[in-house]
Design a binder for this molecule. Structure first.
Ligand SMILES: Cc1ncc(COP(=O)(O)O)c(C=O)c1O
Length: 412
């Protein structure tokens, strides 16, 4: 069973406009395109139900129902209860609020493990806990491979460890970290495991309850949806941390860790993401598969297979460039490396490489992608120029990749 790219691309209005369709889009880790199902829901909300939701008059009832459907869609995707979700403005905001919620439960001397591989969203807010007496320990990457080792984590964890904060997949290195083992190591020490899934979620669906994580976060604007951050929290842990919303809203679960307040239309439109995944399932599979989560898993397996094949073509093309460095694994294996490929080229700035690619209608960017600590640890001399990041998702075609491969060949 192969992914039907023609069907997939027909769901995305961006590919039917010649001006936008000319771009071979490889900046997906910065923000992904959106299928029409999501756009339709957003449009409908703004056209007909753009009022304060959960009132007694019809447009307000419809707005509330639409939002409930958005929560249900994400809960279905992650196989959890909607009450366990916070749909905040972004992952950076959600981690920040979560840190405030956990802070009162920490005492001086409690230890927090953060990595230098993560995006700053899952580092800085935890480092601030030092101001309140927490002891920060840094789980460091190997400066050559960019990868984290479980042996190093073993050495860092102690009976005082309260939090282990890491990414399921780095937005620079692309390696899928062994989150199940990391969670069980954290739990053995009595610590909470907080997993950033922003670079993981566009490629793989997680069953949050089975994952071992206590908190799982990702950004729907990088996962074919509207601009929101999803935070799932394990109920037993959610109950022990300090709500951050208005005191009189404490019996509204989705509001407790969203002091910004819910973004009504954006949440409602997330039901379009469910519709999209269902449409992809219906197009590719005949058999009835009970449960949206299970169907989504099958769909994302199909995505991953396509991405892995195409990622390997890109990796081969990069290897052929003299002086090139691939950050992370130089071969893509499903489940072990995401198709987020960061490279540098000796003798050419990343900015110049990007300019040359953009001239050929290939959308990529360079920089540190807010993972400055990771770039510094990798020994990248000018982190502002940083790496060239090529990130593909399931809607990138073989032809997109051929154009990129040819352009990389010219860089060589
Ligand atoms: C791995 C990772 N974590 C966290 C974030 C922050 O997400 P947001 O922009 O929703 O705050 C990003 C954004 O690029 C990311 O790539």
């Amino acid at each position: 069973m192969a992914l039907d790219l023609e069907f997939i691309r027909a769901q995305y209005p961006v590919f039917s406009n010649p001006e936008t369709a000319r771009w071979a889009m490889f900046e997906n880790a910065g923000g992904s395109y959106v299928p029409h199902q999501v756009i339709d829901r957003l449009h409908e909300f703004f056209q007909f139900t753009k009022v304060q939701p959960y009132g007694l008059f019809q447009p307000s009832i419809a707005a509330g129902e639409s939002m409930d459907a958005g929560y249900q869609a994400i809960a279905g995707l992650l196989n959890c209860h909607p009450d366990e979700l916070t749909l905040g403005p972004s992952t950076s905001m959600n981690t920040y609020v979560l840190a405030q919620a956990i802070r009162p439960t920490l005492k001086p001397g409690d230890e927090i493990i953060v990595t230098n591989q993560d995006h700053e969203a899952n580092i800085g807010c935890w480092r601030r806990m030092e101001e309140f007496g927490a002891v920060l320990k840094e789980w460091r990457i190997d400066p050559q491979t960019g990868e984290l080792s479980l042996e190093d984590l073993e050495r860092l964890i102690s009976g005082n460890t309260r939090l282990v904060c890491f990414s399921l997949c780095s937005n620079i290195v692309g390696t899928m970290n062994d989150f199940e083992t990391i969670c069980s190591m954290a739990h053995d020490a009595g610590a909470i495991a907080i997993g950033d899934g922003v670079s993981f979620a566009p490629h793989r669906v997680l069953d949050v309850n089975a994952s071992g994580l206590d908190f799982y976060l990702f950004s729907t604007y990088k996962t074919f949806g509207t601009h929101l951050g999803v935070m799932w929290g394990r109920p037993a842990i959610l109950d022990t941390v300090e709500p951050q919303g208005h005191y009189f809203n404490r019996d509204i679960p989705n509001y407790n860790f969203n002091p910004a307040g819910p973004l009504h239309a954006q949440i409602g439109a997330l039901d379009g993401l469910r519709e999209y995944i269902e449409a992809v399932y219906g197009h590719h599979f005949d058999e009835a598969q009970p449960g949206f989560h299970a169907r989504a898993v099958r769909v994302f397996e199909l995505f991953a297979e396509h991405e892995t094949t195409q990622a390997n073509r890109i990796l081969e093309a990069v290897k052929a460039i003299p002086g090139s460095r691939i950050i992370g694994q130089d071969q893509a294996l499903t489940g072990s490396r995401a198709a987020t490929i960061s490279i540098t080229i000796d003798g050419m700035s990343s900015g110049d490489a990007v300019k040359k690619l953009v001239e050929r209608d290939i959308a990529v960017r360079n920089g540190d992608f807010y993972a400055l600590r990771c770039l510094e640890a990798l020994g990248i001399q000018d982190p502002e120029d940083g790496v060239v990041r090529i990130s593909l998702v399931h809607y990138n075609t073989e032809q997109d990749v051929s154009r990129l491969v040819e352009a990389l060949g010219e860089l060589a």
